[in-house]
Design a protein around this ligand. Structure first.
Ligand code: ASP
Length: 468
């Protein structure tokens, strides 16, 4: 059994939905299908989820959002008409959507927002099931509450509850094709709550783990994961196989292909994940697996993410002061801040945080407390940092990766604010000024993949000459 999840661009309009349904019908093992809400049809288009958020915000603010509502209904009307679904089906889908959008009186503002956001995938799943039925398939829309998608009560940021898996496992024996809306679940008391943005990937992974799927196929709009952001390097090297650990590190540091929380359920149940392209389903895609391939390369990918800041603290004999680290981190905990990394020296330590979490007043309070309670010699806060990460299981066995990386960065004249090697040795991280991050990534790519890119281009050239 395969669980196949389709992202927003795969469902953006009727033409894309037809591709999705032919992919599902082409393989009898694709019996559990998870869908996102319709995404962007073209570059400057708006995703249905964003239209829904605009609607809810406006409605909560002014009590009226007719234009916003029409924009949402319009997207579905267009899809239903172009799929030639019967008029009654269109009317029913619209009535159900309309009901959710008018639910504000019953719900608190944050619950209303989650209910409205979830309507994007819920409606989409109903449309897909209808369309598959119109093609003669036995297809069912699955209601996540009835199916047992139990989640924590964290509005806009839910997490699956362990007890959800048992009930969800019964989906394995469902007949025909089950179409499950991604992105949301229900609390034990019956409240609808969404996962964080992009969370349909999480739904797919939970379901794949629950039904013990042979593979979790995640269909998106690229042929594979690339070793680097393709917006920075034209035609970068493709990743054929990558481990969960490597993917986790890359998703953390800005790889947008797969939601960072979505790996956990598949990883724990040891379900391989295959990233595939709806627009080119014959391409093999990228497999995410537990064990590294035999011919382990040292570096599997390079990524960067900006929006970090660092609190640098120094105090002579810090290494001998029992409890210093705990007291420092406790000050952050008391400000409800989670930290990302803590590179340290004998008499100094830096704590790296997400910039969006460190508001100006928190920063001031924290600096004052560290100065007065820990009596440090020096403290400073640096903003505007990016973390550039090289990731690869192979780094553990090979010598000289850091030397190559730092030499490449030095010859690109990039000043390193920080170096940190993860304890698992799967990743190495460089802190640089945000404005230098892209250049750093390009320099590292040239160093570790420059030759391979030439080989890839040569193979493609040979293949096309043979075809000629
Ligand atoms: N539609 C939701 C979002 O845009 C969830 C998803 O697409 O995975 O965030």
């Amino acid at each position: 059994m395969k669980v196949a999840k389709f992202g927003g661009t795969s469902l953006a309009n009727a033409e894309q939905i037809k591709k999705v349904c032919s992919i599902v019908r082409a393989d009898q093992d694709r019996r559990l299908v998870v869908v996102s809400a319709p995404g962007k049809r073209f570059k400057d288009d708006t995703k249905v989820t964003d239209l829904l958020i605009n609607y809810a915000e406006r409605y909560l603010e002014t009590g009226e959002a007719t234009a916003e509502k029409q924009a949402i209904l319009g997207r579905y009307q267009e899809i239903v008409a172009e799929l030639h679904l019967p008029v009654e089906v269109g009317a029913q889908i619209e009535a159900e959507l309309d009901e959710v959008l008018s639910n504000e009186k019953r719900l608190s503002p944050d619950r209303f927002m989650d209910a409205v956001k979830a309507a994007g995938e819920d409606t989409c799943a109903k449309v897909i099931a209808q369309y598959l039925r119109s093609l003669g398939e036995e297809a069912h829309y699955i209601n996540p509450q009835e199916a047992g998608m139990l989640v924590t009560d964290e509005v806009g940021n839910a997490h699956v509850l362990p007890e959800a898996y048992e009930k969800l496992s019964t989906l394995r024996s469902g007949s025909g094709i089950s179409v499950f809306p991604g992105f949301f679940g229900f609390t034990k008391t019956g409240n609808l709550v969404t996962f964080s943005r992009g969370g349909s990937d999480i739904t797919g992974s939970i379901l794949a783990a629950a039904v013990k799927a042979d593979v979790y196929e995640n269909f998106t709009d690229v042929d594979s994961v690339y070793v680097v952001n393709p917006n920075l390097i034209a035609h970068p090297v493709e990743v054929k196989e990558i481990t969960y650990r490597e993917m986790r590190e890359l998703s953390y540091s800005g790889f947008g292909v797969f939601h960072e929380e979505a790996l956990i359920p598949a990883y724990q149940a040891n379900i391989p994940v295959c990233i595939k392209n709806t627009n080119n389903p014959v391409a093999p895609g990228t497999m995410i697996v537990s064990e590294p391939p035999v011919s382990t390369k040292r570096v599997s990918g390079i990524a960067s993410d900006s929006g970090f800041c660092s609190i640098y603290v120094s105090k002579y004999l810090m290494n001998k002061e029992i409890g210093f680290g705990r007291k420092l981190l406790q000050i952050l905990e008391e400000e409800y801040l989670s930290y990302e990394h803590t590179p340290s020296g004998i008499d100094n330590i830096s704590v790296i945080l997400r910039e969006r979490d460190l508001t100006a007043d928190k920063e001031q309070r924290i600096v004052e407390r560290i100065q007065s309670e820990l009596r440090v010699d020096d403290i400073s806060v640096t903003h505007g940092l990016a973390l550039v990460m090289i990731v690869g299981e192979g780094m553990r066995q090979s010598v000289g990766t850091t030397a190559r990386a730092t030499a490449a960065l030095a010859s690109a004249k990039i000043n390193l604010e920080m170096i940190n090697q993860g304890s698992s040795e799967v990743s190495m991280m460089f802190g640089v000024k945000s404005e230098e991050a892209d250049r750093a990534v390009i320099a590292l790519y040239q160093e570790f993949f420059g030759c391979e890119e030439n080989e890839q281009a040569a193979t493609a050239h040979q293949a096309s000459s043979v075809m000629v």
